[in-house]
Design a protein around this ligand. Structure first.
Ligand code: APR
Length: 246
């Protein structure tokens, strides 16, 4: 009986499992993490996602935002085995939902239905004047910054920037999923960014299975079973034991 056998058994006996994911689950879909030596913030200045700086320098910020979040992330990235495992567990009634810090829409593209986007999404653009929301696909991102077709206002991606609050409905839905969970799959997050990092601790009744290539802030303080592996590798090991074809 190894750790994957134990993890598969915990999933099998759980009644109200949920998942909490970070950038690490999408690395094998070609989307870099934010932190770490290969992370986005080692190549780009995070000030482009500072709301105050964005309002002062919308064109400069949008050029970087487009490169990071639309040229590859919005166009070419595809869900991987880890995204598909969570979607399949939900389809089989084993997973209540996914709370994600990611804005890449890959959980939904894998077939997950109940996805709570704690940090919002890149799929829609928000008018900073009239509040209108439109799919990014309706805008020509070769003309930057994009403008609202209704009022001409400056558009921003519909995900939270540094200095912005968590979308209230997403916050409530995340806390409800966490508080009710008897098992929480924590995949690919450093657990360093507040308030998202509170979620594993809000899941007070849950056993926590963590999947990460290296220990995180959760590993010592919250995790019950640590599977040190790439998300897709761990997903395949679990799927095999749960009789799931990925
Ligand atoms: N499989 C599993 N985990 C991985 C993999 C992989 N293939 N590759 C990297 N990881 C792990 C790293 O070890 C790290 O713990 O994924 C984590 C990525 O960390 P971050 O880049 O900090 O991402 P995350 O924790 O999701 O960041 C939270 O910070 O910048 C903000 O809003 C942004 O949502 C983001 C938030």
């Amino acid at each position: 009986m190894n750790d994957y056998d134990t993890a598969a058994r915990w999933i099998a006996v759980s009644r109200k499992a949920a998942a909490f994911t970070g950038a690490g689950i999408s690395v094998e879909s070609g989307i870099p993490t934010f932190r770490g030596p290969e992370g986005l913030w080692s190549r780009y200045d995070p000030k482009v996602l500072d709301l105050g700086y964005f309002y002062e320098h919308p064109k400069e910020c949008w050029e970087v935002i487009k490169e990071i979040f639309y040229d590859y992330m919005g166009a070419k990235a595809r869900p991987n085995a880890a995204h598909r495992l969570l979607a399949e567990l939900e389809k089989r009634g084993k997973l209540q939902g996914v709370i994600t810090q990611n804005i890449d829409n890959l959980h939904q593209e894998a077939g997950s239905r109940n996805v709570v986007e704690f940090h919002g999404t890149a799929q829609t653009l928000l008018c900073t004047e009239c509040g209108d929301r439109t799919p990014f696909t309706e805008h020509d991102l070769s003309q930057l910054p994009p403008r609202c077709k209704k009022c001409g206002g400056l558009l921003k991606p519909d995900f939270i920037f540094f200095g912005e609050g968590i979308p209230p409905q997403a916050y409530r839905d995340s806390m409800a999923l966490a508080e009710e969970a008897d098992l929480l799959l924590v995949i690919g997050t450093t657990g360093e960014v507040m308030p998202a990092s509170m979620i594993p601790f809000e899941a007070k009744q849950a056993r926590v299975i963590e999947i990460n290539v290296e220990p995180s802030a959760n590993t010592e303080h919250r995790t019950d079973l640590f599977l040190q592996a790439k998300a897709t590798e761990a997903a395949k090991e679990l799927a095999e034991r749960l009789g799931i074809e990925l």
